[in-house]
Design a protein around this ligand. Structure first.
Ligand code: B3K
Ligand code: ZN
Length: 847
């Protein structure tokens, strides 16, 4: 496959003044007529050209015309080439496509009888011939004929009737934001008035039967619209905003202009069928897609190398939104857990790449934790460095200067330079250097002065051979011996490889609380004693670092347990007890305190320290630690559980979710002591999915879950989203030696519809995340996943390629596991006609 380079960018030689599309829908023979007005692009370096290339894949060309005269283009698998006049001209084409056989879920496809589209990144070329690149922006008019009551496209409706509709989108957009939906759908409607008085109709379109799961999503949309006005001054710009729920979808959701398309799991919610975490995720995704209207749509990306320009910024915006709607520290801690689990692991392995990559083969493989989550961290650091006010001014300038543009990271940084006068050239290394920097801390105490010396290192990697020092904002506070804060948070700006900062006028040596709020996405090596960590766990005034102190104690103890088989650290257990029983602390926060690093995080930490992680030893240590928690907290668990039962009517808000999270964390430990009796009781009386599913999980772990699993299946067999949970839970809760067999048995279940990405991920995403199960020494987990990836690749390359990342950590394991994994990777790679997506992923992984 061909490699594409950022440095090769050139503008398209034409601009598309207008695009008219006419769809005549048919499952196997949809006709698409297109009429595009092209004009020479003055920004094109070579001036007008005599031949035009248009992307097009899996299209049957019926006819083509230029300025009304029939033409015969040269066709390849990637598109067509045609001689064109030197000035402006009109291109017309008619193609035929087969949505019913489009199992890749990219382009126009069918899901449960409805038509829908997914065009980002390069799916529009499967709909018609087009310059399918984000810097070609045009005004689209769309006509749809088809035997369905609901026919939707972007923008505002011009004509809507059964079987025929016309749409016009006044905002120029790249083709990746095009969308079309047709089906027998039901609208759940709402209304929003923007701050300048525009009345916007809001619709959430769902399949009949799902009407009862719309209210929460609708409210989340209204909250998002209001928040973007209040916090960023951004208003909505059409008369209509539509969201459609689709069951077969490769990811969470898509921000098509005025017509967002959602995986049904990312929008449908009800108390009975969705957990508190589902509600929170849905609220965040609705916000994310809505926020894209400005950061992504009104200002889009010049090319796909700039993907983080819209994704990092929009993730950052949605994290601010969730922090405002719910709890800031709880959101921050959750995000950092996620970042370490996914992005740090990516950075540590062969898939490491910069936030702005410089080459790729298949762009769909770059919708990664690095682009999204690290991209958001980079913006958070920028805001920390310039301050809230300058951040807002820079954003205002960005929207003013680049509205309607296809922009770059250079444009983005320029508005910050222009607003603040700062030179951001060193900061820009966060976009070009791959890998997680490590920051080592050295403390020196003398004569009332604490001197902190920081040393940053970044390991060379495939894309970053000669790493240079980055700008690292280090938020630091000091905690005195009596537990009071003796220096409040200051942001130290580290720019050199090694740098010292002095805190003077202190009366005694304090404990330094460093990287407060996780002020930079780095690994901090701060050698503290258990006693100092326990002191921070008890007293740190920064909620993130207080949690972090507990996490560090737990992690250090687990690593010792794994390495030497010692008992759990008593200082950790004592500190945990104090925090967990402190009724002045937010229950959600206390629930997070009870968490442990994941098996995979522990493997990452062991590898970082030069050890070879043993998945079985990790599993044993975590189980021992859980049992120790259960024993040590035994006298408090029932009270914690009882005190956090919610008696009011169910609400998925932060307060109730937090109470349930703490009660269920207590239940999970209690079940280790009572054989699952309380879990059985909770299961029987649950009136919401959070309670039902937590009880079921605890009961399975206690060995008494089988009848409940059966009952659950009976109760929910007609609900696709709940059945995904049923499939996932059994793999998640399986013993390591049973995980692969459990997954295999589930693939033989009548409801295992493997072409549905949600169902496939329920089983195999769960298997890949079951560290001790997937990496079981038998190799059964590797083999099972590889067999199914081979089966899925011709059907759905995108989902296959994404799941290949399960193999990305292979180099950190022992030689036996390494060869078991490589054998499977190579077996997939030798399949004839393997997709470009999967080939690129596995080639990079195996390198
Ligand atoms: N922009 C889309 C992701 C498209 C993924 C294409 N493989 C959703 C989002 O980030 O909002
Ligand atoms: Zn996004």
């Amino acid at each position: 496959p061909e490699t594409i380079y950022l440095s090769d960018y050139t503008a398209f030689p034409w601009t598309a003044k207008s695009v008219d599309l006419h769809f005549t829908l048919d499952p196997h023979a949809t006709r698409v007529r297109s009429c595009i007005r092209f004009e020479p692009n003055p920004a094109s370096p070579n001036g007008p050209e005599s031949e035009m290339f248009l992307h097009g894949e899996k299209l049957k060309l019926i006819h083509a015309k230029i300025d009304g005269a029939p033409v015969t283009p040269t066709l390849t698998n990637e598109g067509l080439t045609i001689a064109v006049p030197s000035g402006s001209f009109t291109w017309e084409a008619e193609v035929e496509i087969d949505p019913a056989n489009n199992t890749a879920l990219e382009g126009l496809y069918m899901s449960g009888g409805m038509y829908c589209t997914q065009c980002e990144a390069e799916g529009f070329r499967k709909i018609t011939y087009y310059p399918d690149r984000p810097d070609v922006m045009s005004v689209f008019s769309v006509t749809i004929d088809g035997p369905h009551p609901v026919l939707l496209s972007n923008g505002n409706p011009v004509v809507t009737s059964d079987n025929h509709a016309q749409w016009h989108d006044p905002w120029p957009k790249p083709a990746y934001l095009f969308a079309l939906v047709a089906g027998d759908l039901i609208a759940h409607s709402g209304q929003f008035t923007t701050r300048s008085g525009r009345d916007v109709t809001l619709n959430l379109y769902v399949r009949p039967g799902d009407e009862g799961k719309c209210a929460f999503g609708m409210q989340a949309l209204k909250d998002s619209m209001k928040w973007d006005e209040d916090v960023y001054g951004r208003e909505y710009d059409l008369d209509l905003f539509n969201i459609v729920a689709v069951d077969d979808f490769n990811m969470g959701a898509m921000e098509n202009k005025g017509l967002n398309i959602f995986n049904s799991s990312a929008v449908l919610a009800s108390q009975e069928t969705s957990t508190d975490l589902n509600f929170e995720r849905i609220e965040a995704i609705i916000a994310h897609e809505y926020f894209h209207n400005w950061t992504g749509n009104r200002i889009t990306c010049r090319d796909w190398f700039q993907l983080c320009l819209k994704e990092g910024l929009t993730v950052f915006r949605d994290s601010q939104f969730t922090a405002d709607m719910r709890s800031e520290p709880v959101k921050r801690i959750g995000d950092v857990i996620d970042l370490r689990g996914r992005q740090f692991a990516e950075d540590q392995g062969p898939l490491a790449h910069p936030v702005r990559p410089e080459s790729f083969q298949e762009i769909n493989n770059f919708y990664t934790a690095t682009i999204y989550e690290k991209g958001a961290e980079v913006i958070r650091m920028l805001k920390t460095l310039v301050g809230d006010q300058a951040y807002r001014e820079a954003l205002d300038l960005y929207f003013e200067r680049h509205d309607g543009d296809a922009a770059t990271i250079e444009d983005w940084l320029q508005v910050f330079e222009d607003t603040t006068g700062r030179d951001l050239s060193q900061f820009k290394r966060w976009y070009s250097q791959a890998g997680t920097p490590r920051v080592a801390v050295n403390e020196a105490w003398a004569d009332g002065t604490l001197t902190l010396t920081f040393t940053q290192t970044l390991a060379p990697s495939a894309t970053t051979a000669d790493p240079q020092p980055q700008v690292i904002p280090l938020a630091v506070g000091l905690i005195g011996k009596d537990g009071r804060e003796v220096a409040s948070t200051q942001v130290l700006e580290m720019t050199q490889a090694s740098q010292s900062f002095a805190f003077e006028g202190l009366t005694e040596a304090p404990v330094a609380s460093i990287l407060r709020g996780f002020s930079a996405p780095v690994v901090l090596d701060h050698p503290l004693s258990d006693a100092q960590r326990a002191h921070l766990l008890a007293h740190d005034t920064d909620p993130f670092n207080r949690w972090e102190a507990g996490r560090n104690l737990a992690q250090a103890s687990l690593l010792d347990m794994i390495r030497t088989g010692v008992k759990p650290n008593a200082a950790y257990l004592a500190g945990l007890k104090t925090v967990v029983t402190d009724a002045t602390l937010d229950p959600a926060y206390r629930a997070l305190m009870m968490g442990l690093p994941s098996h995979s995080d522990l493997a990452t930490a062991l590898h970082d320290a030069g050890d070879i992680p043993d998945p079985e030893a990790i599993h044993t240590a975590v189980e021992t630690m859980r049992t120790a928690q259960a024993t040590d907290l035994a006298e408090h668990l029932e009270e914690l559980y009882a005190a956090h039962q919610v008696s009011e009517a169910y609400q998925p808000d932060a307060a109730q979710s937090g109470a349930r999270a703490l009660a269920n964390a207590a239940l999970s430990l209690l079940s280790r002591n009572d054989g699952g009796a309380l879990a059985q009781q909770q299961y029987a009386s649950a009136d919401n999915m959070t309670q039902q599913l937590s009880a079921l999980g605890a009961a399975i772990r206690a060995g008494v879950g089988a009848p409940m699993l059966e009952q659950f299946q009976q109760q929910w067999r007609d609900d696709r989203l709940v059945m995904d949970k049923w499939f996932a839970l059994q793999v998640v809760q399986a013993k390591p030696e049973d995980a692969a067999a459990t997954a295999k048995a589930l693939t033989e279940h009548a409801d295992f519809n493997w072409k549905n990405p949600n169902r496939f991920r329920a089983v195999f995403g769960s298997l890949a995340m079951h560290h001790a199960g997937f990496h079981h020494g038998s190799g059964d987990g590797y083999r099972l996943l590889a067999d199914w990836l081979i089966k899925l690749d011709p059907v759905n390359p995108q989902t296959t390629a994404r799941m290949c990342s399960a193999f990305q950590t292979w180099k950190r394991y022992d030689p036996a596991r390494q060869s078991l994994i490589l054998e499977q990777v190579n077996q997939i790679l030798t399949k004839p006609d393997l997709s470009r997506d999967t080939t690129e992923m596995l080639t990079r992984i195996a390198e």
